[in-house]
Design a binder for this molecule. Structure first.
Ligand code: AMP
Ligand code: GLY
Length: 451
């Protein structure tokens, strides 16, 4: 996979520090291997003078940069690669390396100090890494969220009492990272008590040694993305995700089956409330806690009649939201991230496309349960007017693209309306074939009715 064969010419680009024009190649390393990372790498590769490396990447990222065979948990190997390849900036895709302290690792290493890294440090990453931390933080800084009660083995009886005091449905959340599976929503009180005790007994391993019981929030969900340098911020395009496997929001939860951006109910008034009630107090809280946060904040929000509540913080971009969001960011994304790392987000120009993006995720048969990998894929070369972001693909021994994950490929189309964008996305999805391919047919339908 590495070294790369698609080296771009070294281009002239204006040194943003302002003194001189210099021949520089910006070398960015994106960590991760999903559709989100393909979309990030695709956008970064459009920036002037920017060469993109993706570790470990997939068959799609190889089209926009150079895949690097590195484990994202191996910080020392990442360091060696950055030094050898003179990487200027690292963009961390998934949450695990952030929760494991990759930003601290970079900041504390003399040799890596000059390398910009996009993401919060380990303390900041606790916003996602510990639901209990996030709830305490929101309580402390007056950020609207569901009422909650934190339970461990020592106060289980009080946990039962809390469950009795709230109405169904009951929301139980493992405190720590549980690969997106640590949230249970139950209608029956007895079942909720039973699951609570199972969680404390290790249903999600150490992640559920503490459980957060939450009041159930009504409303409609939306993902709002913030890029902050700790002082300033920009709101990136928002998106709606479709989490269930089946049409009409039925069946098991998945990593996400599609996305739409922008979201019709995210009116300027609603987004203004998000900024005033959530974004600004969050940044104020981070500063007050001395948390140096330079990176993405993904607000998982519930819109209850125009009032936003935080369901969860994530410290990274969403997947598949990124596959829609990146296509609506105008201008030089690497410049934007550079400014973020330098604390100059107030100085850069940033605009959103007025177009609507609809992303449809094609998944392997059986996903989100057991599924086969290694299925040959066809039709990718015949796609028109859309971008296909690879989520779980690889090259087989003959250099053919095959499936390599549950979520396989995310097709993003633009239109002047949701209808136009989804018609185009679905027209092209029909051209892609692999054994067992599955996708939702109703991405954006609910929102189309609101438009
Ligand atoms: P989380 O991992 O916190 O995003 O939770 C997974 C999903 O569970 C969310 O996307 C929501 O659909 C749902 N959820 C989580 N917390 C609540 C809540 N307090 N009220 C209603 N739904 C919730
Ligand atoms: N699409 C939801 C997530 O990335 O967590």
């Amino acid at each position: 996979m590495y070294p790369a064969d698609n080296t771009k010419e070294t281009l002239n680009w204006k040194d943003l520090q302002g003194q001189h024009i210099t021949t520089v190649e910006r070398r960015v390393l994106v960590l991760g291997s999903g559709g989100r990372e393909h979309a990030l790498a695709w956008k970064l590769a459009q920036s002037d003078g920017t060469r993109v490396f993706i570790a470990p990447g997939n068959a799609g990222t190889a089209q926009v940069g150079s895949n690097v065979n590195l484990k994202i948990s191996d910080f020392e190997a990442i360091k060696q690669f950055c030094l050898k390849e003179q990487i200027n900036m690292v963009v961390v895709g998934p949450e695990q390396p952030l929760v494991d302290g990759i930003v601290d690792f970079f900041k504390n290493d003399e040799a890596l100090k000059a390398v910009k890294i996009i993401g919060p440090d380990q303390r900041g990453a606790q916003l996602e890494g510990s639901k209990a931390f996030a709830k305490d933080f929101m309580e402390k800084y007056g950020i609207p969220t569901a009422k909650c009660f934190k339970v461990n083995k020592a106060n289980l009886e009080e946990g039962y009492r809390f469950l009795e005091s709230v109405k169904a449905p009951y929301v139980l959340k493992a405190d720590g990272l549980a690969a997106g599976k640590g949230v249970l929503i139950l209608n029956d009180l007895h079942e909720a008590k039973d699951e609570l005790s199972k969680m404390l007994d290790g249903k999600f391993g150490a992640a559920s040694a503490t459980v957060v019981i939450e009041e159930f929030l009504k409303g409609i969900e939306v993902s709002v993305f913030v890029l902050t340098d700790g002082e300033h911020y920009v709101l990136l395009p928002e998106a709606k995700d479709y989490k269930r496997i089946g049409d009409g929001d039925t069946g098991l939860n998945t990593g996400g089956m599609g996305a739409v951006s922008p979201v019709p109910f995210c009116t300027p008034e609603f987004l203004n409330r998000v900024e005033e009630r959530i974004v600004k107090p969050t940044l104020k809280g981070l500063k007050a806690e001395n948390i140096d946060y330079k990176g993405f904040i993904f607000l998982g929000l519930m819109n209850d009649g125009g009032d936003p509540y935080v369901i969860e913080y994530n410290v990274r971009m969403g997947d598949p939201e990124t596959e829609a969001v990146m296509t609506r960011i105008e201008g030089d994304f690497a410049d934007l991230l550079d400014a973020c790392a330098d604390g100059r987000l107030d100085e850069v120009h940033y605009a959103k496309s007025a177009m609507t993006a609809v992303t449809v995720m094609m998944v392997s048969g059986g996903y989100p349960e057991a599924y086969k990998k290694g299925m040959k894929m066809s039709g990718l070369d015949s796609l028109k007017e859309v971008v296909a972001f690879h989520a779980g693909t690889a090259f087989d021994a003959d250099e053919e693209v095959v499936t390599a994950g549950g979520r396989v490929i995310a097709v993003t189309a633009h239109g002047h309306s949701i209808k136009e964008a989804r018609d185009l996305a679905y027209r092209e999805v029909e051209k892609i074939h692999f054994e067992g391919a599955n996708f939702r047919h109703d991405i954006g339908l609910d929102l189309m009715r609101m438009q």
